[in-house]
Design a protein around this ligand. Structure first.
Ligand SMILES: [Zn+2]
Length: 266
């Protein structure tokens, strides 16, 4: 029926209450943007959330979807043994998407009930009201931005004709080299990368987004570019624009929250 919602979010583990603790105060803009995004997402009453995660398993020549009946949060990698959360899998959607994509944008399934943190941190921050919505986490293809964009275009096409209301979330962090302990040249290139990436989104310019250099992207340590490309391609040609809800980098890693604003129908 519709691609009812699209948003781009960061996934620093410091955003999780039991990991970030007092440091969360410095991520106030991001957390506020997350709660606004969550409120907006709840009002669309989605039937499923497809989440493109930088840290789900990537595929050398295909895309991997983590398909499970039930998933749990596991942040033990970051010393957090307390945080809990459970979501169910959007199994029907996964199968239909796989059939829709066919052999060209091949989607393969794996099952890992412990969610990767690129999926888990955003889901935790989206809050209780969305915990009953089935999810489908999908990773990136390795080092092939054009194919990733084509995947996004086909994903958008699929979600628009899917019988339910789908939300699409892209999860990734921007430059990781913005801290004062980094060489100043690298810091400057990281800032420039974050600016160019976000400017392309602001201008709704798919080509500019695609033309960012892979070498520069890799140098900054970012993990968001392919998520941005996917969502931009999924929405390409749709009436609307991207709205920035937050950008900050208090711990040397750029984190941005963006929401797609459909043009009003009147
Ligand atoms: Zn990341």
């Amino acid at each position: 029926m519709a691609l009812a919602f699209a948003g781009l979010v960061p996934h620093s583990p410091l955003l999780a209450p039991n990991i970030g603790k007092e440091h969360r105060a410095q991520l106030g803009k991001t957390l506020e943007a997350y709660s606004l995004l969550s409120k907006n997402l709840v009002t669309t009453q989605p039937d499923a959330i497809v989440i493109i995660s930088a840290h789900a398993a990537s595929g050398p020549d295909w895309w991997n979807a983590n398909v499970c009946l039930n998933y749990q949060v596991d942040l033990s990698l970051f010393g957090d043994l307390l945080t809990q959360g459970q979501w169910s899998g959007a199994l029907g959607l996964a199968e239909e998407l796989q059939n829709f994509l066919g052999q060209t944008e091949q989607l393969r399934f794996y099952s890992q009930p412990q969610l990767d943190y690129g999926t888990a941190v955003p889901l935790l921050l989206l809050g209780e009201d969305l915990k009953t919505v089935p999810i489908l986490p999908i990773g990136y293809i390795d080092n092939q931005p054009e194919r990733q964009a084509e995947f996004g275009r086909r994903l958008g096409e699929f979600l628009r004709q899917w019988p339910g209301k789908a939300a699409l979330i892209g999860s990734g962090d921007l430059a990781h080299c913005l801290g004062a302990n980094q060489p100043s040249g690298l810091q400057a290139r990281g800032h420039k990368f974050d600016q160019r990436l976000q400017e392309a989104l602001r201008q709704n310019d798919s080509q500019a987004l695609l033309e960012l250099s892979m070498d520069k992207a890799n140098e900054t340590g970012q993990c968001a570019w392919l998520a941005y490309l996917t969502l931009q391609a999924a929405l390409n040609g749709q009436p609307g624009s991207w709205q920035n809800l937050a950008y900050e980098a208090p711990f040397g890693v750029g984190g941005a929250v963006w929401q797609w604003q459909p043009a009003s129908a009147d």
